[in-house]
Structures are given as structure tokens and as C-alpha cells.
Write a protein that binds this ligand. Structure first.
Ligand code: 5AD
Ligand code: SF4
Length: 468
């Protein structure tokens, strides 16, 4: 076991010196920063860190790239589509850069950690003046300072390729009820389709006292809906010298005083089990919500995905979890069209979906990622066949959701109001404990509070409720 590599206090302090340095350079100029995030919640949490640093430097945040003096794209490499969108967005900025040569356009995130993309940006996207990978995120202040003072393009994808943990940097979160709380970084699983382990390094866990202290700060600041983040939260603690696992962490955080909900994502079926589900059931502040991606219902495909469980294992897990938590809200990820997937394999995925009856599914068409093992696998199904499977899966799930939504009709539920107000009949948005979206109406509704509400009607994507 090797302990996670922690960025030293001196190095963090040094970054604060650069924050002051940039602040000095832009003082009195009233500069504005715009950020755009692609991809997952981990990326959103990373962007909040960068916004925190920008805020400390004295930047105002803006929602318009046209108005901004600093533009950042935090990118995702999980599927080709996300990459294409990022390149498209950056391409569209060349006119802004021509008009305003002082504009700084920065690119970070998973795409920026890959050499092939770095070369492409170097060569064909001269408007990008700063690029840094996931391992260099904590060095953003020094990189921005260099971009400003050295007047040249700065590229930094270096750092410990296993990844590090940087504590004590600023963060600027969205206002409202929800907050992300990273508990670990990286992934060790190497599912054969997935690029994440190559761009985010090895699993490394933050220390429990750091996590608890951040949770306490969030609760004091009024956040009520906290999602613990990690690529595979179920392996939390394996890399620490402490005797703690994810179930223990949940119990520890549940003991923090206050009225709030804890969620977590993402879980891996090979590491989730009774210890976790018992802890969830025991802890009143842990939402009875589980996102447990199964990816495919075919054991052969699961094996070639290197997922290390079978469909039967998955069924057993769900039976146990639902036995402990009858109202559990359950969601999953599925990949359709993995190389070699036959119609018979797909039928097994469909059967599992029909059997388990998920509340929510995230379905993806397989996207080839160069550098991953699956990119070399033989792939015989045509795009049309894959698309057809994908659509059948969506239709099957829509039918399931319609039935599940009907069952909510007339029910009274505790909701957390998290957004609004939009001048419609149901002006506020809220979430059930299971994180289902609800549009709400009624008197005296305030964002960030828990309310009791009765479900009046439903649609495929949303429940509609009146506050009691
Ligand atoms: N193609 C399609 N979907 C993918 N995912 C990860 N890699 C790929 C890929 N190459 C999906 C998985 C994962 C989710 C976050 O993204 O379903 O659980
Ligand atoms: Fe990718 Fe698998 Fe790790 Fe999830 S668990 S990030 S799918 S390698």
C-alpha cells in the first residue's frame, strides 16, 4: 500500500502567492471570467475550485463568453461526442481572440490530459493560450500568472501521473441547496472501454477529517443536499493507513449535526455490498438513493468490459439493497453496442432492465476511446443495429418510468426545494429524497428548505406537487 501523494502545505501556500500575483496584475481592471464545464460531477467540482481561485484573484464571474476576459473550458474525454463539442466551442472562439488579443482562453480537464489532444490544440487552435491537465489543476494560479507575464502559450500536463491530493485551495460553489464534496479522486478499475483511469490517475482518498470538516463548513453555509463524489466511492479508504471504508465514512458523516441529506456517486457493483447497504439503511441523513451502473446484462460482455461481476451478482445486490431499503430510488448506466455485443447479449441487458425496474437510466452508445483495450476489440454490429438497440432500450425504460411515475400520484412526500422561480404554474423545482425532479407550487416556498408536498400529476421526466 502506498499512501496518497499529498501536495505540501508550502506548495499550496506558493499558489496563494500567485493568486496575489495575478490579483496585482489585474487590479482596477474589472476583469470578468467565464467557465463552461463538460462531463461529470467531478468536473463540475473541479470548475468550482478554479472559480474559487479566479474569485480570489479579483475576477467577476460572467455568464457570457462574449463579455469575458478569461474563458475556461473544463473538458470531458469519456465519449467522442463530448470531445467534438469542446473542439467546436473552442473553434467558435477564434473571432473573439482576434478582436481582443488580450483574451485568455484556457482548456483543462480530461481531454487536456491526453497528448493527442494537446498536439491538436498546439497546432490547430492557436486561440488557446493556456492548457493544463487534471494533475495540474492545483497549479492553476501559477500557470495563469505565467500566461500573463511571459506572454506566451503555456501547456502543463505534467505532474505525478498517479495523481495527487491538494487540500486548502479556495472553492466557489453555486448558491442553493446542493453541493459537491469530493471524497476521492482517480480510478483503478480499468474497465476496458473507459478512458478515465488514464486521465485521472490512481484512486486516492482524502482523509476523513478533511472530508468531515468540509461537510461541516457546507452545512454551516446552508447547503442541505451534499453529494459525495468519487469515480468509485466504494473503494474509499483502501489507500489510507486508517481502518476506514466507505460505510464507516457514511456513518461518521451521518453523525454531523444538522438537517441535511447525503448522497454519493458513483458506486461499483464489485465493491458495493451488505456493509454499504446496512450503513445506508441505518443512517437517517443518507438518502435512500443508489446509482449503481451495471453497463450490460450479458456476463460475456461484462467479462470483456473487465467489470468483475456477473448479472446474477448484480441481481443479488439489488435484492439485498431493496430488502433493507424498500423505498430505494435506483439508477444505473448502460452501454449499448460494446464491441462484440450480439442481439442475444442485448436481450440480456433488456431483460435486466425489465426485471429491476430502475427509476432512472443513463444509456450510452459505446464510443471508441483510443488507448483503451476495447478500442482494439473486433466490432461487428453496424451503427444502425446499435442505434436500433439503443432506441429499443429507451422505449422500454420510458414505459417503466411512466408506470413508476403513476404510482406517485396522490402521494405525500418530503422534498428539498432547490430552484425556481420561473413564472410557470409550478414555479419551483425540488428533489425527492431519491433525487427525482419535482416541480412545485404553493405559498411561502423558499429555496433550500424541506417541505411536505402532495404529488398532483406526473410526466415522464418530472413529478408535479403542491406544498401542503
Ligand atoms: N462509451 C460509452 N459510454 C461510456 N462510459 C464510459 N466510457 C464510455 C465509452 N467509451 C459510460 C459508462 C459510465 C458512464 C459515466 O459513462 O456507462 O458508467
Ligand atoms: Fe471508468 Fe470503470 Fe473507473 Fe467508472 S469504474 S471511471 S467506468 S474505469
Amino acid at each position: 500500500m502506498s499512501l496518497p501523494n499529498i501536495v505540501s502545505k508550502e506548495q499550496i501556500q506558493n499558489q496563494y502567492t500567485y493568486i496575489d500575483g495575478v490579483a496585482e496584475l489585474i487590479r482596477g481592471k474589472q476583469l470578468r471570467a467565464y467557465t463552461h464545464t463538460f462531463g461529470c460531477q467531478q468536473n463540475e467540482a473541479d470548475t468550482e475550485r478554479i472559480r474559487g481561485m479566479l474569485h480570489e484573484m479579483g475576477y467577476e464571474m460572467t455568464d457570457s463568453a462574449e463579455d469575458a476576459d478569461f474563458i475556461l473550458f473544463n473538458t470531458c474525454a469519456v465519449r467522442e461526442h463530448a470531445e467534438e463539442r469542446a473542439f467546436g466551442n473552442i473553434g467558435a472562439l477564434s473571432h473573439l481572440k482576434k478582436r481582443r488579443p488580450d483574451l485568455i482562453i484556457a482548456l483543462c480537464g480530461c481531454m487536456a490530459q491526453q497528448d493527442k489532444n494537446v498536439q491538436k490544440i498546439k497546432k490547430s487552435y492557436p486561440q488557446v493560450t493556456l492548457l493544463f491537465g487534471t494533475h495540474a489543476l492545483w497549479r492553476f494560479p501559477s500557470l495563469l500568472y505565467r500566461t500573463m507575464t511571459e506572454k506566451k502559450r503555456i501547456f502543463d500536463i505534467g505532474g505525478d501521473e498517479n495523481g495527487e491530493i491538494a487540500e486548502g485551495l479556495p472553492v466557489m460553489r453555486e448558491n442553493g441547496a446542493k453541493a459537491w464534496l469530493s471524497i476521492m479522486y482517480g480510478c483503478n478499475n480499468f474497465c476496458t472501454y473507459c478512458i478515465v483511469p488514464y486521465v485521472r490517475g490512481r484512486e486516492r482518498s482524502r482523509r476523513p477529517e478533511e472530508i468531515e470538516s468540509e461537510l461541516r463548513d457546507l452545512i454551516s453555509a446552508g447547503y442541505k443536499d451534499i453529494t459525495l463524489l468519487g469515480q468509485n466511492v466504494n473503494s474509499y479508504g483502501k489507500d489510507l493507513e486508517l481502518d476506514i471504508d466507505f460505510a464507516d465514512l457514511l456513518r461518521r458523516l451521518n453523525a454531523v449535526e444538522g438537517d441535511f441529506l447525503i448522497r454519493f456517486m458513483t458506486s461499483h457493483p464489485k465493491d458495493a455490498g451488505p456493509r454499504l447497504f446496512d450503513a445506508m439503511a441505518d443512517c437517517s441523513k443518507v438518502a435512500k438513493q443508489l446509482h449503481l451502473p451495471f453497463q450490460s446484462g450479458s456476463d460475456e460482455i461484462l467479462e470483456r468490459m473487465n467489470r468483475r461481476y456477473t448479472a446474477a451478482d448484480y441481481r443479488k445486490l439489488i435484492t439485498y439493497a431493496r430488502g433493507k431499503m424498500p423505498n430505494l430510488t435506483l439508477s444505473s448506466d448502460i452501454i449499448v453496442g460494446f464491441p462484440g455485443e450480439t442481439e442475444a447479449d442485448f436481450q440480456q441487458t433488456l431483460a435486466l432492465v425489465q426485471e429491476i425496474q430502475f427509476d432512472l437510466l443513463f444509456t450510452f452508445l459505446y464510443s471508441k476511446r483510443s488507448g483503451t483495450p476495447a478500442a482494439e476489440y473486433e466490432d461487428n454490429a453496424t451503427p444502425a443495429e446499435k442505434q436500433n438497440r439503443f432506441e429499443r432500450l429507451l422505449r422500454a425504460q420510458d414505459e417503466i418510468v411512466a408506470k413508476r411515475q403513476d404510482a406517485y400520484q396522490g402521494k405525500c412526500m418530503r422534498l428539498l426545494v432547490d430552484g425556481g422561480a420561473r413564472g410557470t404554474e409550478y414555479p419551483y423545482t425540488a428533489r425527492t429524497e431519491g433525487n427525482l425532479l419535482v416541480c412545485v407550487r404553493g405559498d411561502d416556498i423558499r429555496i433550500g428548505t424541506f417541505i411536505e408536498a402532495e404529488i398532483e400529476k406526473t410526466s415522464l421526466r418530472c413529478l408535479f406537487a403542491r406544498k401542503r
